[in-house]
Design a protein around this ligand. Sequence first.
Ligand code: HEM
Length: 413
Amino acid sequence: MPVPRDSHLDSSFALLREGYDFIGIRCRRLRSPVFQSRILLQRTYCLQGHDAAAMFYENPNLSRVGAAPRMLVKTLFGAGAIQGMDGPAHRARKALFIELLTRESAARLVEGVEQELLDSLDAWVAAESVDVLSELQGVLYRAVNRWAGVPAEHLSARHQAQLVALIEGAGSAGLEHFRGRSARKQAERWGAELIEAQRRAGGTLLPADSPAAKIAAYRENAELLAPRVAAVELLNVLRPIVAVAYFVLYGLVELARHPQWRESLQENDRLLLPFVQEVRRLYAFFPFTAARVVNDFQWQGLELKRGSRVLLDLYGSNRDPKVWPEPDRFHPPRFVDLPLDAYTLISQGGGDHHTGHRCAGEWLTIDIMQTCLRVLCRRVRYQAPVIEEQPLRNCFPMKFSRRFEISRVQWLV
Ligand code: HEM
């Protein structure tokens, strides 16, 4: 049977207009977990839901090579990044990320984030108001660079703004996108120079065993990575850690909407993880992930054709009513004792962290979120605006119509 079709000749503009809701709207309209569309002039199958995720991550007929849209490669990922690899080459590269993010190494970073946040709070207390997102980006930027072994003299407001532009330029079509492309060129040039300097110094410029030093020394098939590719992978560590600021922001917005949650998180850690999971579920700000069909195959009696692109809806799958009762409600207790398989909560991808493309930094993300929220609930009080509206879902990452600025920040004991 052919896959149900979206009625438009090309849906690229509809995708830009509807953003995060694009796939869900059509799956509901066509009553199907998959539909065929034309996006960026290519035949594209869009998938949603738990079973679609299981198929997407386990199907040998899907490949990541050349799958990501060019606009993402030129901003978010970079050419030669792990996101576009498959098979043994992907596994070898993934082992590098797993080694960089061991439990001990991640714990050091989380400690650094906590210290950096605590050190920032005096300035928050002194300020009339605090733009929470940019402050958190600064906290994470300083902490991740120190942890990664990037020399202090390399840190600057300009470099921080480049990392943010890589994220914010990814999903926009206008000026912001070109800012993202230009930031990628500059950030890769910076990273490649750092890698080359480390190699010229015989591996002694950067702290021994630091993530940046490990990336500089990493070999594939006995060869060092080209400096530009090593820079891409260094940015693949720095950039997403700065991006965790968006998740913390969404958590703070929910705390302002539901003050009882603030009290509950102040008392103990019991509901901290369910709270964080619910934020990640509802605010999956990476809307979808992409693969390419390398051989024709059938799924649920539907024929998917070779050469097509496949988009798995991460945002919409997290709101699948078959899996999540009252999916749009912010309700952290749903996560208490909830058994999760590898395809249920897929804000950071599904399947296996080691062998598949699931996010290498998922547990780190959760730990950073818990740490920041714990500090901001227990160490200070503040006044926060209550933003009732849903975030804007036609921009990446999703934003609110106004900045989330807090005021009257005071230390608690
Ligand atoms: C992959 C989301 C934080 C490193 C991914 C994927 C998503 C994602 C959706 C792709 C999954 C797929 O294609 O199947 C997020 C979100 C984050 C986050 C929303 C929150 C800010 C992190 C952190 C790191 C990280 C903190 C730490 C270094 C990576 C890497 C990959 C990846 C290296 C590529 C994995 C692969 O292709 O095998 N992430 N991530 N991410 N993430 Fe994250």
